[in-house]
Each structure stands twice: as C-alpha cells, then as structure tokens.
Design a protein around this ligand. Structure first.
Ligand SMILES: C[S@@+](CC[C@H](N)C(=O)[O-])C[C@H]1O[C@@H](n2cnc3c(N)ncnc32)[C@H](O)[C@@H]1O
Length: 209
C-alpha cells in the first residue's frame, strides 16, 4: 500500500456521488467568460477544453452540453467510464479521453485547462512540471480554471500533495489576467462525508502572452 492509499480515496464512491452534480463555480465562470467574448465577436468558434482530473465528469459534461470539444483526463479508468457511459451525453459530443497521470499527459494546444479539486493531489515536484505544461499548451487568450489548496487546509503536509499561499499563486499566474481569485476557509464535509477544514483558492485566469 502506498502512502496515498492510506488516505481513503474511494474514488468509486466519489464518482457515483458527484458525476451528475452541477459544474464547479470555476468551470461555470470560465464558460461564461468565453461565451461573453464569443457573443461580442459573433463568430462560430468551437472551443477546446482539457479537463484534468475529470472525475465523474460533472464539469466535462457541462462543456459538452455547451458544444465544446472536450479531452477528459484522469488516472482512474473508472472516472472515464462514468463519462463514457452517460446516456444523456449529446449525440454530437466531441469527447476524447486519456487515462494518464497529470505528469504523463500527451498535451494538445487548447483554449481552456479546467481542473477542479485535482491539481493539489500530486506532489510538489510533479506540480511544477504540470503547471509549465498547462501554461505552454494554453493559447494566448486561453484560460485556466481550477482549485488550489492553501496551507491552512486540514490536509496540508500530507505527502504526495501540493499546497500554496497567495504569493506563490500570484507567481504561478504571472502573464495571466486574474478573473476569479476566491480564497475560502470553511469547515464542511468531504464528498465521502468526513468533517474537514478546507482552505481553497478558486481561480480563473486568462493567458495574456
Ligand atoms: C477530487 S476528484 C475531482 C473530480 C472532478 N474534477 C470534480 O470536480 O468532481 C480528483 C480527480 O483527479 C484524479 N487525479 C488525482 N491525482 C491525479 C494525477 N496525479 N493524475 C491524474 N489524475 C489524478 C483522481 O483520479 C480524481 O478523479
């Protein structure tokens, strides 16, 4: 058993409980930003999102419903299956998958990298390389929407995870216009029903150059 497996990550139950929940606020906000731009320009562009750590697909599904091309990536085959097997998927959905760890992703240039509650679940050493790849593969004008965890989070210090403070997040977002920066500290439950203190950064940012 690896260290991470000690931390009861029961993804199977997680996916069953979340796959048909509404999209995360960051995903919804990013979608709105693109829609606003799209309406202004009045063109027929089809946007492309990479959903890193798609889980049961609550965000990916929203992008599909909005006519986006989606590449859903997760290291768990079960996550991908949830999305594949949804019967209410739009018939014309442009959806591809990768079963991969974030550090092993076969990257493509995209308009949006969406990663809800997933990027902190990898070690700091991997995080730096993955973040570089996100920046590199986002088009100018493209966006990142994600959650990062702060140091006050109850899980802070767990091996195999990455935590940030405000300053390090501003550093990560150099060259980006920050459109959402919400810091949240809240005592609530995990999806699996455990009490937990969360320290979250909800982020949406647009790549300027
Ligand atoms: C907490 S879930 C979030 C799922 C979904 N984005 C959501 O908001 O409901 C995190 C997901 O990221 C995936 N994941 C975690 N670490 C990963 C890694 N290093 N590489 C690929 N996927 C990873 C997990 O398998 C899981 O499906």
């Amino acid at each position: 058993m690896t260290r991470n497996q000690n931390y009861e990550r029961n993804w199977s139950v997680y996916y069953k409980k979340t796959y048909n929940r509404p999209p995360r606020l960051t995903a919804k906000f990013a979608l709105k930003c693109f829609n606003t731009e799209y309406c202004k320009k009045n063109n027929t562009k089809r946007f492309f999102v990479i959903d890193l750590g798609c889980g049961g697909g609550r965000d990916a599904f929203e992008f599909l419903k909005n006519g986006w091309k989606v590449l859903a990536i997760d290291s768990e085959i079960e996550a991908i299956k949830f999305l594949q097997n949804r019967e209410d998927r739009p018939p014309e959905a442009d959806l591809t998958f990768q079963i991969a760890k974030f550090k092993e992703v076969d990257w493509q240039e995209c308009d949006l990298v969406n990663s809800s509650f997933a990027l902190p679940l990898m070690p700091q050493n991997d995080f730096c390389g993955v973040w570089q790849n996100i920046k590199k593969n986002l088009k100018t004008g493209g966006r990142i929407s994600c959650q990062l965890f702060g140091y006050k989070d109850e899980w802070s210090g767990r091996p195999g995870m990455t935590f940030h403070d405000r300053a390090s997040i501003f550093f990560l977002l150099k060259g980006f216009q920050i459109e959402m920066f919400l810091e949240e500290e809240i005592d609530s439950e995990t999806v699996l029903g455990k009490r937990k203190f969360w320290h979250l950064f909800h982020l949406v940012a647009r790549k300027m150059y």
